[in-house]
Design a protein around this ligand. Structure first.
Ligand code: CA
Length: 254
């Protein structure tokens, strides 16, 4: 049974969420602030399968909680509850490591669907067998959802990037952005297009928020992040992903 941690200081909302998640068959814990959430997760990091994390909390906010968890290497799925009409909160949440978000107020059925979706994805990536070492490029099964380039593997099933012995966990959003860039390899994509297609944001958002993601992805995939060879900036437009032709094998199915 999956265990969900709700981090929410509004009692009636937390109680309502707990009731409905328990009715759906989940184990549920509630904490009222970010410090308590971090305490809980640092003392027992594997006891929680998903966090429903409100942004507005007393003390440290939801952004800080997400960022602290990711910095500590905890990649438990995070569904962030953001204020309505604040697209910058959504971007900030993803930047801090959230996997999905819901603007408040939300329909419970939507929240339950998002929770189910995140947990399914998580279970699936856990079940997938680990493939370490050299044979990745040749022997991946037909269902393997990964992209191999320049000695690196983006594994969309396991949500990680592998480069030699280095395994970098990816959040769902990082993986989604990488997938979008890879699928459009060779073509410039604008920041606005990325916002619309990866984040689903159509509002007039500050598109520079994407740049922080790009900086992070470059640290993952570039040998020298300051001199990118794959994830290039297209001035006045956005970005372009380039695959080095001689060592590529495209296995992404989109
Ligand atoms: Ca709150």
């Amino acid at each position: 049974m999956s265990h969900i941690l709700i981090v929410e200081d509004e009692r009636h909302l937390a109680d309502g969420l707990r009731f409905n998640l328990e009715a759906d068959g989940y184990d549920v814990s509630v904490v009222e602030d970010g410090e308590a959430a971090l305490d809980r997760l640092s003392s027992d990091p594997h006891s929680v399968d998903l966090i429903v994390l409100d942004v507005m909390l007393p003390g440290i906010d939801g952004f800080a909680v997400a960022s602290e968890l990711r910095r500590g290497g905890n990649y438990v799925p995070i569904l962030m509850l953001t204020a309505r009409n604040r697209p910058e909160d959504v971007l900030r949440g993803f930047e801090m490591g959230a996997d999905d978000y819901l603007p408040k107020p939300f329909e419970l059925s939507i929240l339950l669907a998002r929770v189910n979706g995140l947990l399914r994805r998580r279970d699936w990536s856990r079940r997938a067998p680990a493939t370490h070492g050299g044979s990745v490029t040749g022997s991946s099964g037909p269902a393997a959802d990964r992209f191999v380039f320049a000695g690196k593997v983006i594994d969309f099933d396991r949500l990680e990037l592998r480069a030699g012995d280095r395994h970098v966990p990816l959040t769902l959003m990082e993986a989604s952005l990488l997938r979008y860039l890879v699928v459009h390899a060779g073509k410039p994509v604008s920041r606005k297009t990325i916002l619309e297609n990866v984040w689903g944001l159509h509002e007039d958002t500050d598109t520079r928020a994407i740049d922080n993601f790009i900086v992070r992805l470059r640290r993952y995939i570039e040998d020298k992040p300051a001199e990118p060879k794959h994830l290039l900036t297209v001035r006045g437009v956005g970005y372009r992903f380039v695959v080095e032709a001689e060592v590529t094998k495209k296995t992404v199915s989109s």
